[in-house]
Write a protein that binds this ligand. Structure first.
Ligand SMILES: [Zn+2]
Length: 266
């Protein structure tokens, strides 16, 4: 066999391995048989003192309300576990993940997602890829009036989330809404808001049986906003006011938990 052929075979092997691993870890996390293994890796997003102080003060327990939310919502769909997820907080890293292309070009996006996966693998500092571990990189930024954060994202392939969060104690609960939203993207959930950021009816609404114009108490997590009495779409104060709607539940394979709990023996 020529070297050239050998090299192509090796590359094909690596590609097949990557596809296989992606399939394997999606099957694992979407089976809902064991708590999700989630790691949070903080990054100083803007080099500010506020972000540095926030990161220094971080504890794994700061993400407890995400666990409580997942526990409560997955239980509604028949998943019975003592806890829905296990969060480990890793030390801060200095390098920032590669930024997504701005123009939405498909080829560039594919290339960027490969680059991101490679970056995540290198950051892990381990030889073997971490199969089935959801890796959430949280970039903290000092809040500035009128300046919006970059878009957070969650990728199903590679179980990677890149979250832009505010470095402020007052924002911690809303940061956790964004983290939970991106976490659910890694499990296959899709966005349920329109181009203006308003929830799409009915799948982006809590209590979808009510007409769309009726204000809601809760938000569907993949819409991220609820309809306030003013008619505006606003972010809820915390995950206590978020739900996983039926379509999101279907997308993240919660049906599996439902079947196990209610259809066994039938
Ligand atoms: Zn989203």
């Amino acid at each position: 066999m020529s070297f050239r052929r050998f090299r192509i075979l090796v590359l094909l092997g690596i590609f097949a391995g990557a596809v296989g691993l992606t399939w394997l870890e999606q099957t694992m996390v979407r089976a809902w048989r064991a708590p999700l293994d989630v790691t949070v890796i903080p990054i100083n997003g803007d080099g500010s003192n506020e972000a540095a102080a926030t990161i220094r003060a971080l504890r794994a327990s700061d993400f407890d309300d995400i666990g409580a939310f997942m526990q409560r919502e997955t239980a509604r769909y028949g998943v019975v576990q003592t806890r829905a997820m296990q969060v480990s907080l890793l030390p801060e890293i200095r390098e920032k993940p590669p930024a997504p292309p701005r123009d939405g070009n498909v080829l560039k996006t594919v290339f960027w997602s490969l680059k991101l996966r490679w970056w995540v693998y290198r950051q892990s500092g381990q030889w073997l890829p971490q199969i089935g571990t959801i890796k959430l990189f949280v970039l903290y930024h000092a809040p500035q009036d009128g300046v919006a954060l970059e878009h957070s994202l969650g990728l199903q392939k590679g179980l990677i989330g890149v979250v832009h969060a505010f470095a402020s104690a007052g924002q911690a609960r809303q940061n956790n809404i964004v983290i939970a939203h991106e976490l659910l993207h890694t499990l296959g959930a899709t966005d349920k808001y329109d181009a203006e950021g308003r929830p799409i009816y009915p799948q982006g609404y809590a209590e979808p049986d009510l007409p769309p114009g009726v204000p809601r108490r809760d938000a569907e997590i993949m819409a991220g906003r609820l309809l306030a009495p003013s008619g505006r779409a606003v972010m809820p104060p915390s995950l206590e006011r978020c739900v996983i709607g039926a379509q999101t539940a279907y997308e993240i394979n919660l049906d599996e938990g439902f079947r196990r709990r209610f259809a066994s023996g039938g």
